[in-house]
Design a protein around this ligand. Structure first.
Ligand SMILES: O=C(O)C1=C[C@@H](OP(=O)(O)O)[C@@H](O)[C@H](O)C1
Ligand SMILES: C=C(OP(=O)(O)O)C(=O)O
Length: 452
């Protein structure tokens, strides 16, 4: 196997990637299976990471025991459950499978003296600190090496402005509360999670919380709508009538029995496979209405040449064997960027992805990582300030690095459908949100029975 080369031709330094992420030098390579023909599959996705982690947190802060059914079981979701447990909630699992679980959650007063591992989960590192600010003692937070590089300043500054003591502006840090809540201003242009995190715990503060954003537009707004909708469903009064201002009244968070929707963002690589291979993929239980940003796949994949239909079994995406280039602003749905970029690398015309400058602060700098890995396979991807330009060029096999990023790994798998010899480094990183990915991918390609 040739040693991996960077886009500029230099070798990637051993043990550390170009984003400065420590890499497991022994991470095995996964031979991405090329499609032997058009895929025809039904792919059932486990629960949404974003809904699961919000539902668990709200259940842990609720006024009585509640249930979260069909919750995602994955690294990010397990870290959320562990964090809430360490802060005092009782979490009892049942109906467990490899990627799904029903949680019975019994809330208790938030307890200090805990230590929270956030892994690389944005939802844990941004949603749990405000919960810790309700505790009666200090709470310590740390995570993966790269988690220490992800932006935390705005939310930690907001907690400080509300009266908490926070000893750093990034991971690791210790929070000391409790605080009464109140009004706070921040710049959430780096991540919508800065706002969602403050809102989720806000009703439990004596004065509630009002969050005022000022700065460039907040990305991933559907995720804030998801937060507001789930709070309202739990009986919390939220006023979002003024642009960039969210007011949460103090009051109880009602216990509920919640069933989690399938993860539509994790549907992306599977639906992309229909487009790449000229096949057909059905995702069951695609919600009629949802705040999940992944629902935008319906429009995006249609623009790239797919037929997208709701059928009795779910959402069906059918490809015709060619992928069309796209000019797309993904500001609202930036977590779809890696899959759309992978499709763009296989398209018959140029593509432009705009509006996603903030994904340089996701699991890795996704703009640089995508350009580097597409170019490593012989492609022509150029970074722009706020996205990527990708021009068609025949690709060849090679190593596709994942940078500990689950969506980089699945992007490599999509390219590998059409390009023989693609080897994805560290496919296990997909466990962040989809621990069964390799098995599901093989099943979709027909190499074993797929579950429907
Ligand atoms: O609140 C959430 O569940 C998420 C918000 C978004 O974060 P950003 O606003 O940082 O893009 C999204 O990309 C992430 O995968 C999940
Ligand atoms: C950005 C993502 O994750 P996180 O919740 O860690 O921010 C993602 O899943 O694409």
């Amino acid at each position: 196997m040739a040693s991996p080369q960077s886009a500029s031709g230099g070798a990637v330094p051993h043990g550390i990637d170009r984003n400065g992420v420590e890499k497991n030098a022994a991470a095995p390579l996964w031979r991405a299976p090329p499609a032997a023909g058009p895929v025809r599959a039904t792919v059932r996705l486990p629960g949404s990471k974003s809904v699961t982690n919000r539902a668990l947190l709200l259940a842990a802060l609720a006024d009585a025991p509640g249930t979260v059914r069909l919750a995602l079981r994955s690294r990010d979701a397990d870290l959320m459950a562990a964090a809430l447990r360490s802060l005092g909630a009782e979490m009892a699992p049942s109906n467990e499978s490899a990627d799904s679980v029903d949680w019975a959650v019994t809330p208790h007063p938030v307890r200090g003296g805990a230590s929270v591992d956030v892994g690389l989960a944005g939802t844990v590192m941004r949603f749990v600190p405000p919960v810790a600010a309700l505790a009666d003692g200090p709470v310590f937070f740390d995570g993966d090496a790269h988690a220490r590089k992800r932006p935390m300043g705005p939310i930690l500054g907001a907690l400080r402005a509300l009266g908490a003591s926070v000893d750093n502006d990034a991971l690791p840090f210790t929070i000391r509360g409790p605080i009464p809540g109140g009004e706070v201003a921040l710049d959430a242009s780096v991540s919508s999670q800065m706002v969602s995190g403050l809102l989720l715990a806000a009703a439990r503060f004596e004065k509630g919380v009002t969050v005022r954003h000022s700065g460039p537009p907040v990305p991933s707004m559907p995720h804030i709508q998801m937060t507001v909708q789930m709070l309202r469903q739990a009986g919390v009064e939220v006023d979002d009538s003024e642009r960039d201002v969210w007011r949460v009244q103090p009051g109880p968070i009602r216990a509920r029995d919640v069933t989690v929707e399938p993860d539509l963002s994790n549907a992306a690589p599977f639906l992309a496979a229909a487009l790449v291979t000229g096949g057909s993929v059905v995702v069951p239980d695609w919600p009629e209405e949802t705040t999940q940003g992944g629902d935008a796949l319906r429009g995006l994949l249609a623009e790239m040449g797919a037929r997208v239909e709701r059928v009795p079994e779910g959402l069906r995406v059918t490809g015709e064997g060619t992928v069309r280039g796209i000019d797309a602003d993904l500001h609202d749905v930036s977590e779809l960027t890696p899959t759309i970029a992978a499709l763009a690398a296989l398209a018959d015309g140029p593509s432009r992805i705009r509006g996603v400058a903030h994904i340089r602060g996701h699991e890795t700098d996704r703009i640089t990582a995508l350009a580097t890995e597409v170019n490593r396979l012989g492609g022509d991807a150029r970074e722009t300030d706020d996205g990527l330009e990708i021009h068609p060029r025949p690709l060849t096999g090679g190593v596709f690095h994942s940078y500990a990023d689950h969506r980089m790994a699945t992007a490599g798998a999509v390219i590998g459908l059409a390009v023989p010899g693609v080897e994805v480094e560290d496919i296990a990183t997909t466990a962040k949100t989809l621990p069964e990915f390799p098995r599901m991918w093989a099943a979709m390609l027909g190499s074993e029975e797929h579950r429907a």
